[in-house]
Ligand binder design. Structure first.
Ligand SMILES: COCCCC[C@@](O)(c1ccccc1-c1ccccc1)[C@@H]1CCCN(C(=O)[C@H]2C[C@@H](N)[C@@H](O)C2)C1
Length: 338
């Protein structure tokens, strides 16, 4: 329904509480793609029809075919992006991209090579960066900036709802130009982003139970819709895991499912408010053949200075706290998600 002025909410799919993605179209006639809306990056890329057949990750996803689009504009500039794990290489093209019912002429990357790890596990095709222009590779104007310059949005904000339970439908929702009261209760608490032109804020501490354990002198928190988990400095996270009795194995930190109900809450002190995650917010409980597996959705990740050390608050945080990203006022707002 075209309620909030020219934009329609984009329903998201929630894959096992670890991958959240929604549909966009590129080209005329429309070619559909599933993308992660990622506040931690600022470029749009999708797999290319011209990717090598040996790139399995490319071959098993929807691919953009320039020759089938009458609005395609050639560019050809090289492109490559490196993630915490995984990299993408390709070349730039221009075409009409439709997000939330809004068409924009957009420069994006056609990916011709995707690292098998982790993209063979991706349920989505590509990534649509929702970050600020200054983190965009090749100085490309990001999609949301192209939308803002059309002056169709009631407010220059976008909001994200991530469901916590894969059985709920929709698995999430992206709103351009406002928020969706169906998915939060109470009012928003806002905090200024740091003037780095990133979706990051100053965090005043991290508590476990009632005890302040980390970041007591202040640190940076990145609010990242493109991260599945919460990451923190490896030393801090390993101390946190020891406190809750979690063991590290090849696929992350695990706890004995019997201990889950007694685990302490973990609280992030942001913008004068305390944002707590309880055990059901940060434990991924999977019933498997050989018994239940309880994964702790925290990872250690050391980001080198000057960017780091940082904490990254990802999907498991956003699932608990409905998030509004406000470009007009350079601030982030949280409300309790329903
Ligand atoms: C909520 O939905 C999240 C989507 C899953 C993200 C992710 O878990 C993933 C899983 C399987 C296959 C591919 C990808 C994936 C890989 C790259 C881009 C987007 C998705 C990423 C795994 C590697 C570390 N990581 C990031 O660096 C992320 C950090 C973020 N800012 C991005 O730029 C890259 C998260």
């Amino acid at each position: 329904d075209d309620t909030n002025n020219g934009t329609v909410p984009t329903p998201l799919i929630n894959y096992l509480d670890t991958q959240y993605y929604g549909e966009i179209s590129i080209g005329s006639p429309a070619q559909m793609f599933n993308v992660v809306f990622d506040t931690g990056s600022a470029n749009l890329w999708v797999p290319s029809q011209s990717c090598s057949p040996f790139s399995t990750a490319c071959f098993t996803h929807n691919r953009y075919d320039a020759s089938r689009s009458r609005t395609h504009v050639e560019n050809g500039t090289g492109f490559s992006i490196q993630y915490a794990s995984g990299n993408v290489r390709g070349f730039l093209s221009e075409d009409v991209v439709v997000v939330g019912g809004i068409p924009v002429v957009q420069v994006f990357a056609e990916a011709t090579s995707l690292s098998a790890m982790p993209f063979i596990f991706a349920k989505f095709d590509g990534v649509l960066g929702m970050g600020y222009p200054n983190v965009a590779i090749d100085g490309i104007t990001p999609v949301f900036d192209r939308i803002m310059s059309q002056h169709v949005l009631k407010e220059e904000v976008f909001s994200v709802y991530y469901s916590r339970d894969p059985k709920h439908s929709p698995g999430g929702e992206l709103v351009l130009g406002g928020t969706d009261p169906n998915y939060y209760t109470g009012s928003f608490n806002y905090m200024e982003t740091r003037e780095t032109g990133k979706w990051e804020v100053t965090m005043k501490g991290v508590s476990v139970g009632m005890e302040m354990m980390f970041c007591a002198e202040g640190c940076t928190a990145v609010i990242d819709t493109g991260s599945s988990y919460i990451t923190g400095p490896a030393s801090s996270v390993s101390m946190l895991m020891k406190t809750i009795g979690a063991q590290l194995d090849e696929s992350g930190y695990k706890v004995n499912c019997d201990t889950v109900k007694k685990l302490p809450s973990v609280t992030f002190h942001l913008g004068g408010q305390e944002y707590s995650l309880s055990q059901e917010d940060y434990i991924l409980w999977q019933s498997q053949i050989e018994g239940d597996v309880c994964t702790v959705t925290f990872r250690g990740l050391d980001v080198p200075p000057p960017t780091g050390p940082i904490w990254i608050l990802g999907a498991n945080f956003i699932a608990r706290y409905y998030t509004e990203f406000d470009r007009r006022n350079n601030r982030i707002g949280f409300a309790t998600a329903v």
